[in-house]
Design a protein around this ligand. Structure first.
Ligand SMILES: Nc1ncnc2c1ncn2[C@@H]1O[C@H](COP(=O)(O)OP(=O)(O)OP(=O)(O)O)[C@@H](O)[C@H]1O
Ligand SMILES: [Mg+2]
Length: 278
């Protein structure tokens, strides 16, 4: 089989979700982007590399039978002939399917994961999937740095709430710049954009030296209902502004959205951001 062939090309696009603060929406955005890409017909695997406190399976109401810990154990015996696709948990809603590589279910298993196995697992998944989306934690750990390296796109998520969050976003952005990635690789995404804050977005962008690539609105009710139901917003029957903004983010990643200039114009037209830019 193609997946078993050592020489098979690793073509899958890797999108990581990273931040320098917790609870900024990495898992919610990752689940929604995976769903939207799958809805569009791509072969998608969503990977939970928040090893100790992963939420992907909670957010999708999945009970994983096998996890990354099983992949590592098997790779330690079988090496690269281990079939990572045998360790995935399927998600399905309304005819949309994708796969999930779950994080370990026990803390000691999470603690014992070595990042080399995580890298090898992702490389394997790249042979079978069009998109591999990786949910991560908010720290520059060895695992996360390895994932940032092999990413096609890093979604660096931030929220603008308190000064320390912004300070840490700045440290994160500066650190990502020192890694010398291609400029297009890092996409700075603002989540919960219209939540109440006294901090001006223009000031934040100036501090970060980078405009926000995309802006997602705040909708606590829609976000928490979708988690309660295990149905990502982009798959919900009722349209909602946050779900639409998430779909637009996917469209921009897959290049079938409006041109960047049009998208920027739309973004500025549709929110209070425009006032801050004028
Ligand atoms: N745009 C949004 N509007 C309102 N609430 C949101 C939005 N995005 C995420 N949330 C809520 O914020 C909380 C944190 O989201 P999530 O778990 O995705 O963040 P995270 O960055 O993965 O957190 P952690 O660092 O703990 O893994 C959740 O309760 C979620 O419902
Ligand atoms: Mg998370």
């Amino acid at each position: 089989m193609a997946e078993m062939t050592q020489a098979a090309p690793a073509n899958g696009i890797v999108i990581t979700f990273f931040s320098t603060a917790s609870a900024v929406g990495k898992t919610l955005v990752a689940c929604n982007m995976a769903s939207e890409l799958a809805r569009e017909g791509y072969r998608v695997c969503l990977v939970d590399f928040d090893l100790q406190f992963g939420d992907v399976c909670n957010y999708l109401k999945l009970e994983p039978l096998r996890t990354l810990a099983d992949v590592q154990r098997t790779m330690q015996v079988e090496g690269d002939s281990c079939r990572v696709q045998d360790f995935l948990t399927p998600y399905e809603h309304g005819g949309v399917h994708f796969s999930v590589l779950a994080s370990p279910t026990k803390l000691e298993e999470a603690y014992n994961i070595h990042h080399d196995y995580a890298v090898r697992a992702v490389r394997k998944l790249q042979q079978s999937f069009d998109y591999i989306l990786i949910d991560m934690t908010s720290m520059f750990s060895t695992l996360n740095l390895a994932m940032l390296d092999l990413s096609t796109i890093v979604t660096f998520l931030g929220i603008v709430d308190f000064i320390p969050t912004i300070k840490n976003m700045k440290i994160g952005m500066d650190t990502l710049k020192t890694l010398n990635y291609d400029k297009n690789k890092i996409r700075l995404v603002l989540n919960r954009s219209d939540s109440k804050t006294r901090i001006g977005l223009a000031d934040v962008q100036k501090l970060l030296g980078e405009p926000f690539y995309h802006v997602l609105p705040n909708d606590f009710r829609a976000a928490s209902d979708s988690i309660r139901d295990g149905v990502p917003l982009v798959l919900a029957p009722k349209q909602n502004a946050l779900g639409e903004a998430l779909k637009e983010l996917v469209a921009r990643y897959t290049n079938h959205s409006s041109t960047p200039a049009e998208a920027e114009e739309k973004q500025q037209e549709s929110s209070w951001l425009s006032r801050l830019f004028s």
